[in-house]
Ligand binder design. Structure first.
Ligand SMILES: C[S@@+](CC[C@H](N)C(=O)[O-])C[C@H]1O[C@@H](n2cnc3c(N)ncnc32)[C@H](O)[C@@H]1O
Length: 329
């Protein structure tokens, strides 16, 4: 198993399939100029499946989440999912996506073995979407969401980042919309992981701000710690239930002590945390002919060195060199 020195066990693997994306969210990427990973550095489909197989059959990974960049841009995605779904024990398989193109692929991905999706959507206003993402694709995302739900990729979760002066007035509207459409909304605090290093603590919308805004329209009752388990989102019951809303306070109330994650970048590096400054090279080992046992030993050693916390609140905090899009969000 993937144990660290604080007694945490990683059972949840995030796999980035590409660092490329078809949106340019202002809190994630610059409009242009971001250097993509060179193709030879990217893991092939076979290499990805091999590493997931090692993690699932040998290291106790129970859930695999594909992300990126935008994972729907990876041509081999259905095949990768299909091969992961055949592993024994079969992991839970989910996808974090911006939803563009899901309208066409949702059924096939579900048939391949995808269990559920998280779709990122920050606004209900097409013009704000264009400002935030620098692309006119709002309607595509809405259609992707509906297609995901219709295909049975449920529960469909919606991830929202609020940005000051752009969409920070939309929290109650987004929640009402999500409840009406049967999506589970989760707000994520903006983190210092943008390629252009434009994050400022003073400007960010905090979990406290989000809850105050939601309480202007809804009654929120906190869900117990037991229901939360190792999930990063704190959840609230809305107006007595049955709907819930989640808030991931990654900056103001990080939940590192119960973290159960390990990460694999699109170029085959293990990361213990989004904010880790070190990586362990599995691609090199794989291409040098490492056995499953050798890969397991490298992965275990990497996780053993996992830090207690992300350290954003520590004065010595340094933003990792790689942006979210290259790590896999
Ligand atoms: C990096 S994206 C990758 C997957 C996919 N392209 C998507 O849009 O969901 C994963 C999630 O990270 C979020 N994200 C990106 N940069 C962020 C930041 N600086 N702070 C908080 N969340 C961020 C996005 O909003 C999205 O919900």
């Amino acid at each position: 198993m993937l144990l660290d020195t604080y007694g945490r066990v990683a059972t949840d693997l995030r796999v980035s399939l590409t660092d490329r994306c078809n949106l340019r969210c202002t809190y994630c990427m610059p409009e242009e100029g971001l250097q993509w990973l060179a193709k030879p550095k990217l893991l092939t489909d076979d290499e990805i499946v091999r590493l997931i197989q090692v993690a699932v059959t040998g290291l106790g990974i129970e859930e695999v989440r594909f992300t990126g960049g935008e994972p729907l841009l990876r041509p081999g995605l259905p095949g990768i999912i299909e091969r992961c779904a055949r592993l024994s024990p079969r992991p839970k398989i989910s996808l974090t996506t911006n939803g563009i193109g899901l309208e066409r692929t949702a059924h096939a991905l579900h048939a391949a073995g995808l269990d559920r999706i998280n779709v990122s959507l920050d606004t209900l206003r097409p013009e704000v979407f264009q400002q935030l993402t620098r692309r006119k694709r709002h309607a595509d995302v809405l259609r992707g969401l509906a297609a995901g739900r219709a295909a049975g990729l449920t529960p469909v979760k919606v991830n929202t980042v609020l940005m000051p002066g752009l969409n920070d007035d939309e929290a109650p509207d987004l929640l009402a919309w999500a409840m009406e459409h049967g999506y589970e909304l989760r707000f994520i605090e903006q983190m210092p992981l943008d390629a252009q290093h434009g994050w400022h603590r003073e400007g960010m919308i905090t979990a406290g701000d989000i809850l105050t805004s939601l309480r202007s329209r809804f009654t929120l009752t906190p869900e117990g710690e037991e229901e939360r388990g190792s999930a990063p989102a704190e959840r609230w019951i809305i107006d007595g239930g049955p709907h819930r809303v989640g808030v991931i306070a990654s900056v103001t109330r990080p939940f590192c002590s119960a973290c159960d994650r390990t990460r694999l970048t699109a170029d085959g590096q293990v990361r213990t945390c989004l904010f880790a400054t070190e990586e362990s090279d599995l691609r090199g080992a794989l291409r040098d002919g490492a056995s499953d046992e050798e890969i397991m030993a490298l992965w275990k050693r990497a996780m053993w060195g996992k830090k207690a916390g992300a350290g954003i609140d520590d004065p010595s905090f340094v933003q990792p060199d790689r942006p979210m899009s290259a790590i896999g969000g």
